[in-house]
Design a protein around this ligand. Sequence first.
Ligand code: XIL
Length: 352
Amino acid sequence: MRTFRRRAVLGAALGLAACQRPAQGQPLPAGALAPLKSLAPFPVGTSVMSGYLDDPVHADFIAAQASQITAEWEMKMEYIVRPDGGFRFDAPDRLAAFARARGLGLFGHTLIWYAQVPPAFERLDEDRIGFGEAFDNYITAVVGRYRGQAVGWDVVNEAVAEDGDGLRDSLWSRKLGDVGYMARAFKTARAADPDVPLFLNDYNLEQIPAKLDAFMRLVDRLLEAGAPLSGIGSQTHVAADLPPGALSRTLTRLAGFGLPIHVSEIDVSLERGKGLFGSRAELEAKQARIYGEAAQAFMALPAAQRFAFTFWGLRDKDSWLVRENAADAPAPFDDAGRPKRGAYAFASGIRG
Ligand code: XIL
């Protein structure tokens, strides 16, 4: 009975990919699924660390599957701002060079994040103008450096409070005002690159209705404040127990602004979604269903609003969640780069 039900779930999730699906219980043959970027009528992204590029097989895999890359860590303040306040661009430049060499887009992540406040900024005196100048100077330097190459920037990351009750408090908000620091960051980024799409990015929008509401209000406030916001990023770090429909409803609502949408950091945790019961196989089926729903929901957006769909790690072994908990397996490909059910479900979700 259990086997039968599992088949039914899988069958529905995999749909048209059935012809490519290996027999149950068999290892997935490498290459049985065409590269994701060749299947999708929208850019497919992945997070990358510069160290990945030391492994030519991994570098080729990334370039084969993805049409754009997001720096997982090395374009954040924590990396770029040195303890003495100077900037370092070695790793980000390496990612940018890789993207150029392979014809991939480079997505900038992230300029202003409450979670990263370098000591050099904390040490600035209380002079509001001095702080604002340093803030602008950072954004101008980073955005300006990749001007003409970056396909987009996450300008402000995770600005909404965890429970959706207002906005997060941070050094940025305390010095420059709660919506003020954000509007300023967008305007400064726009001045540094007149053409690059600028994003507000956040997470848990599928799980916490109050947070989605607060995020929507924030978008309104930023637009009213004249912030040159060009797109919306929904990180989509979700767990396998996310109820069906939650992801689609969220994307549909976010798309109501008419702005491009970036599914900017998707992964589907097994460990965070396992609850008390549920076999590994059931969790994997749920994970695949979610990747399928995400692709379907993204395809349901008007083509002009499908900015990109970015995986936060293509292979399990590259995932931050696996670094946190080795039992997790949240990515669409396994450690060896073989497509998992999630990758097949993503492919069939695209086909509808
Ligand atoms: C995470 C990276 O994956 C880790 O390697 C890093 O140490 C911390 O940040 N939301 C974001 C990402 O916007 O930048 C985070 O990435 C994951 C959550």
